[in-house]
Design a protein around this ligand. Structure first.
Ligand code: AMP
Length: 116
């Protein structure tokens, strides 16, 4: 059994509220939402960061699949015209706490910049 919590969501060992899935990516609601819409989009194959995914054979296509699912889910949840944010916290100073690449899809309210 994988020790990676997001790998266990991919395999269905841990429940999540899925809002989209393809062969290469899964989208599910964040447990601790920071906006009215807060979804995480992850590659189905484990990689800690985008750089690690890109280093894998076929990784560029799987990274593209993550962003393709993110934009599809944003559209399906009514955010395409309003706007939204995609962000991937990376490494210690980036604030990454789960070490399986994930893109946060945030929207449904006016977002501010810069982030904390
Ligand atoms: P980050 O700080 O960028 O690594 O974000 C990790 C995110 O994963 C946080 O927003 C958490 O709320 C979220 N999270 C952690 N465990 C789960 C889970 N089991 N299901 C859904 N979201 C989770």
């Amino acid at each position: 059994m994988s020790e990676c919590i997001f790998c266990r969501i991919v395999s269905g060992e841990i429940p999540a509220t899925e809002v989209g899935r393809t062969e290469d990516a899964v989208a599910f609601r964040d447990l601790n939402p920071q906006a009215p819409v807060h979804v995480l989009i992850i590659p189905t194959r484990h990689a800690a960061t985008a750089a690690d995914l890109l280093a894998q054979d076929g990784g560029a296509a799987r990274l593209a699949a993550v962003f393709a699912l993110a934009t599809r889910v944003a559209d399906e949840l009514g955010l395409a015209d309003r706007g939204y944010r995609l962000v991937a916290n990376t490494g210690a100073e980036g604030g990454q706490t789960v070490h399986h690449l994930h893109v946060h899809l945030l929207g449904g309210r006016q977002l501010t910049w810069p982030p904390g």
